[in-house]
Design a protein around this ligand. Structure first.
Ligand SMILES: *Cc1c(COP(=O)(O)O)cnc(C)c1O
Length: 479
């Protein structure tokens, strides 16, 4: 028997590990099942490593030491797995509404309501005055009708669901007239033709990619037409020799034929964002005033709230939409609703929105304040990354993201890091650097561009939080 086999043979049993003082304590904290599972895993890993490359050090381990070592590993694994699975990260990608990072950050008021409501029952569908069953949409309706001028609203899981539900309710087995220039794809999985099909509506394209006229719609209307639709081309711009039909004209044409006119706004802003230096975007109110019967929009794009799809418009149509069984399948949870309501309340005082709503705070930050912040962080970054790493502040442009206002619009400042190529070359050094930032106790997410690592500081509202993390870097980044 070689020494390795001997060691395998005297591997402690699951039970002997469970008897150790530290794992007894772990059982009390995490429960027997979970600890046992991790003990089995630790033993299997140990056996694997012995069989693969069991180093001499491992071979010499005394049995008691081995018990110690394995129970330490089990404890470590238990602690790691007990940490929350979704964790906060610092978004320095330069994309304010980053879909992979959860889009909009919520304002304080919304976080508080989530905290206080999460563990409690609430009046979600219960009328506290009458003691009778209520309607979960009613809370939202009050707030949103005032903000948008809509007669009624309802809410579903996201805007894709909103479009699906509207089409399925109002145009099932009927034709939907839509301009060829508006057959958009948003982030791969949402494509107007595919949603149309899923909703069991028939797509009827009118006009051409760059130019569509009112006459095109007029000529396309037939006995099978269910509705007229306009999709806001929120994530791209058609430029040059173009023509599209205004909401007003489409609304009048639809009314002439007693057909609903539906506008999918996508980004859905509730106030004119030009006052915060952003380019013009149609507001939900302006599209309803132009005559749209139904408008659909997202809760977590330019609105700056939670993932949700809002359907606003004519009361009789909203009534039909709410009666569709799909509505039940797509409805939102109480926490989504509670957070969105708090976000909407902030819109009662639009002047102070940029102070209160993180999304607007981020997009309305001046370049000079971001630059100042970069100057302040630069020395600490230099100190912690060491002399081999070139770091400088550069101008950049942040983008809003999530298909809302497609262009890189917002002048910003970034800290740009060029690591010294060592083992594996420049690419490997860059990858290691980005990984080191991701492995900080609060992960920091930047972006790799042109052989450099960019940290756009637009969304960093707490400089100190980043400064506090930097000392962890020197330990690992250049290791
Ligand atoms: C973003 C977008 C959608 C999808 O909205 P989600 O809330 O991401 O589901 C649909 N239509 C348009 C025009 C959009 O911009």
């Amino acid at each position: 028997m070689n020494p390795r086999q001997a060691l395998l043979r005297q591997l402690p049993s699951v039970d002997s590990l469970l008897q150790t003082a530290s794992l007894q304590a772990a059982v009390a904290e995490f429960g027997r099942e979970q600890v046992k599972q991790h003990v089995r895993q630790a033993l299997a890993d140990w056996r694997d490593s012995l069989e693969k490359d069991g180093s001499d050090a491992a071979l010499e381990l005394h049995k008691d030491k081995l018990l110690d070592l394995l129970s330490q590993r089990v404890l470590h694994a238990l602690q790691l797995s007990a940490a929350p699975i979704l964790r906060p990260v610092i978004n320095l990608t330069g994309t304010v509404l980053h879909t992979n990072l959860g889009r909009a950050r919520l304002p304080e008021q919304a976080c508080q309501v989530l905290q206080s409501l999460g563990g409690q029952s609430c009046n979600l569908e219960y009328d506290l005055e009458t003691g009778k069953r209520g309607d979960r949409d009613s809370h939202l309706q009050q707030e949103l009708c005032r903000l948008t001028g809509a007669q009624a609203v309802t809410i579903v899981n996201n805007n894709a669901a909103a479009v699906l539900l509207v089409l399925n309710t109002l145009a099932r087995d009927k034709e939907v007239l839509i301009s060829r220039g508006e057959l958009v794809e948003i982030g791969g999985s949402f494509r107007i033709p595919a949603v149309m099909e899923a909703a069991q509506a028939c797509l009827h394209e009118v006009g051409t990619t760059n130019r569509t006229h009112l006459q095109d719609y007029r000529e396309a209307i037939n006995a099978a037409t269910g509705l007229l639709m306009k999709v806001h081309t929120s994530n791209y711009a058609v430029q040059g020799f173009t023509a599209s039909v205004s909401e007003q004209d489409l609304a009048s044409l639809a009314a002439e034929h007693e057909l609903p006119f539906v506008s999918d706004l996508g980004s859905g802003t509730l106030i004119d964002l030009q006052r915060f230096g952003l380019p013009p975007e149609p507001t939900v109110r302006s599209v309803l005033e132009a005559g749209a019967d139904i408008v659909t929009f997202s809760g977590d794009k330019l609105l700056g709230g939670v993932q949700a799809g809002i359907i606003a418009g004519r009361a009789d149509l909203i009534q039909r939409i709410k009666a569709n069984p799909l509505k039940r399948a797509l409805r939102v949870d109480k926490l989504t609703l509670a957070a969105l309501l708090e976000v909407l309340k902030l819109y009662r005082d639009p002047e102070r929105l940029p102070e209160k709503l993180p999304f607007l705070r981020d997009v309305s930050r001046s370049e000079s304040s971001i630059r100042e912040q970069a100057q302040q962080i630069l020395p600490a970054l230099r100190e912690n990354l060491g002399p081999d790493v070139a770091i400088e502040m550069r101008e950049t442009r942040s983008q809003i993201g999530s298909g809302a206002l497609p262009l890189d619009l917002l002048p910003s400042a970034a800290l740009v890091i060029r690591p010294e190529p060592k083992a594996g070359g420049a690419d490997a050094a860059l990858t290691r650097l980005a990984a080191a930032f991701r492995q900080l106790s609060t992960p920091v997410i930047g972006r790799i561009h042109d052989g450099e690592f960019w940290l756009d500081l637009r969304c960093l509202d707490d400089s100190q939080a980043l400064l506090d993390l930097l000392p962890e870097l020197s330990a690992q980044a250049c290791a």
